[in-house]
Design a protein around this ligand. Structure first.
Ligand SMILES: Nc1ncnc2c1ncn2[C@@H]1O[C@H](COP(=O)(O)OP(=O)(O)O)[C@@H](O)[C@H]1O
Ligand SMILES: [Mg+2]
Length: 601
């Protein structure tokens, strides 16, 4: 016997999380379902009244005929109008409910993502988070719409029509007993065959999305390396792959319509054939009255009920397919919504950073718990308030990793990091990150004016403060050169300023925070040596009490620092001033020699 292994969350666990996002749209959702149920009831009564009306035609000799026809027609019209109004109202309500639900869901996902630490983001990857918030929400929204529209309508219609058909012609109910199971089996086979294909297609879609995103994001690199043809081919291959699967799925689904129609015609034929037989065999005239087991009116409405039964079955199968299709999306969104942020502020945390002193005590760090390698190992380092410290080392030597621990983008695996005498974990996150201003290696500007971007650093900064910060960062001169100066619009991703200009604006933005600690992670790599020196002397003169950590590739960016930390393979290889390191640190000597040789030529 195989044991049932719990492989993931149950459906009810997942749906519970989603229901939280419906919130204020619960009422329109329920109302929409009620109106749809009413509409269905009216639709089911109409054929019944219709049969009564048709039967009247036989009794032409009845003197009250005209009034009765009017009464029945009136009822029919009233029912049609009621059904129409209910349908309209339900349509409006369900649109409101689904769009509202999707908006809430998107907001909830976004809010959740904003609480994510770098660790959480690493786990999902940016492109997958984007897909989850857009495409996946769209699928869920559609599934919800289907749910509201059909979850009551289809079963109600099925039950109602079966009951009515049996009441009107009990002797013919066997027809439905035969056709319904046959149809259920056909639809079941189609669903069973198609679902695995759809699941496969959705997995492949993810791959396709990723490749599209990577290419669009990196279009400049793709063009630089003339990789368009290669990338195009890669894309076509994936796209072709999806096409193949889809063709199979569509072919199978394509079968469902003809088989539906076939069963419909067969049922109609059976109803009409056997109905007529009954009428012919059982009709007799007794005292001028027509007596029969089945009248024409009942037969005609029986045909309508037959059609309704079949269409409700089809609707049910569609709901099933739709749900299964959106299950992957539901699961992907659920994963984001239940993700626990790995870095949060403690209760009773400190809301003020006293000074910019930084201490690393026996710090070791791994990016993932189960990773073999430590990205940082046994780091001990003390930086006094106001000091300028350079960090140098090869790429991948964990320079960025080291400084990321100061503003708690990641938490240490072992040991502790102290800022202003307190463990970084004891601070309120916002306080800590406002006091530790970081110019990230991959920094970006957002669409908006230059001034708006700079105000990210400090919302209340005056124009004078903004200009002063830009002067220190050597950004003022080129900003003044733009026609709109500080009102110049930055395009998405900062594509209309050069790399060096972007870096200088990012430095200005960080300075505006008036931080206790300013970290620049390779932030002047695209700036020329002279400007780089001007920025450093500006920082030294205007921010004497701010601890400054400068990660750089070039030795001359750090050589005038109070001391320099040499990183090598996740460890501190040496600490000292430029002169000391030149004398006794091999790694530093190597870097110096290589740079001087290249520089000298
Ligand atoms: N988000 C991450 N997830 C897993 N590993 C990472 C991550 N970021 C960096 N690393 C790894 O940690 C090591 C140090 O990277 P990093 O600190 O960026 O080096 P540096 O800034 O000195 O070039 C590298 O081996 C890198 O592959
Ligand atoms: Mg780095």
């Amino acid at each position: 016997m195989s044991k049932k292994v719990k492989t993931g969350p149950t459906y009810s666990e997942m749906l519970k999380v989603f229901f939280k996002s419906i919130r204020e749209y619960k009422k329109p959702s329920i109302l929409a379902m009620i109106f749809i149920a009413l509409e269905t009831c009216f639709e089911c009564i109409i054929p019944f009244i219709m049969s009564k009306l048709i039967n009247l035609m036989e009794k032409v000799n009845n003197s009250d005929l005209l009034t009765t026809v009017f009464i029945y027609s009136g009822i029919l019209l009233a029912l049609a109008i009621c059904s129409f109004i209910c349908g309209l109202t339900a349509g409006r309500l369900s649109a409101k409910a689904t769009v509202g639900f999707a908006t809430n869901l998107r907001r909830d996902i976004f809010t959740k993502i904003t609480t994510f630490s770098f660790n959480n983001i690493d786990k999902f990857s940016i492109s997958s988070l984007v897909t989850r918030q857009t495409t996946d929400v769209w699928y869920v929204q559609n599934a919800y719409m289907m749910f509201i529209r059909i979850c009551l309508r289809a079963p109600l219609m099925l039950i109602f029509s079966v009951i009515m058909a049996v009441i009107m012609a009990p002797s013919m109910s066997w027809i439905f007993l035969v056709t319904i199971p046959v149809l259920v089996i056909i639809l079941g086979i189609i669903i069973w065959k198609c679902l695995p294909i759809f699941f496969r297609v959705f997995k492949k879609y993810d791959g396709l999305n990723e490749s599209v995103e990577e290419n669009v994001r990196g279009i400049r690199v793709v063009k630089t390396y003339v990789r368009e043809e290669y990338e195009k081919e890669k894309f076509n291959k994936r796209s072709e792959d999806i096409k193949k699967d889809f063709v199979v799925a569509e072919r199978i689904i394509g079968l469902s319509n003809p088989s539906m129609m076939f069963s419909m015609y067969i049922s109609m034929f059976l109803i009409i054939f056997f109905g007529s037989m009954i009428i012919i065999n059982t009709t007799s005239i007794v005292n001028d009255e027509v007596v029969t087991d089945l009248d024409i009116g009942s037969l005609s409405s029986l045909i309508t009920y037959g059609a309704q039964i079949l269409s409700s079955l089809l609707m049910l199968s569609m709901v099933f397919v739709m749900f299964a299709m959106s299950m992957a999306s539901i699961k992907r969104i659920y994963e984001v919504l239940i993700e626990v942020p790995t870095i949060v502020s403690k209760k009773d945390c400190a809301t003020k950073v006293d000074n910019g002193e930084i201490v690393f005590k026996n710090v070791s760090f791994k990016y993932k718990k189960d990773a073999q390698k430590f990205a940082l190992k046994d780091v001990n380092l003390t930086i006094k308030n106001g000091q300028t410290v350079g960090i140098i080392g090869g790429t991948g030597s964990s320079k960025s990793t080291l400084v990321n621990l100061i503003s708690r983008f990641y938490d240490t695996t072992e040991g502790e990091v102290l800022v202003g005498g307190k463990n970084v974990k004891d601070y309120d996150l916002e306080t800590l990150r406002n006091s530790v201003s970081m110019v990230l290696q991959k920094n970006i500007l957002f669409s908006g004016t230059i001034k708006e971007n700079l105000r990210w650093g400090n919302n209340n900064a005056t124009d004078e403060e903004i200009v002063a910060a830009c002067k220190i960062a050597q950004a003022d001169s080129f900003v003044e050169g733009f026609p709109d100066k500080y009102e110049t619009r930055i395009l998405q991703g900062g594509s209309n300023v050069s790399g060096g200009q972007k870096q200088r604006l990012c430095i200005a933005r960080a300075i505006l925070k008036k931080p206790k600690v300013l970290i620049m992670d390779d932030s002047t790599s695209a700036v020329d040596t002279k400007t780089d020196a001007l920025i450093r002397s500006g920082l030294r003169n205007t921010l004497p009490n701010t601890t400054k950590i400068i990660i750089a590739q070039r030795i001359n960016s750090v050589q005038d620092a109070d001391f320099i930390v040499v990183m090598n393979e996740g460890k501190i290889d040496g600490i000292g001033t430029h002169e000391e390191l030149l004398k006794n640190n091999k790694v530093y000597q190597e870097i110096y020699e290589i740079q001087n040789r290249i520089g000298g030529k």
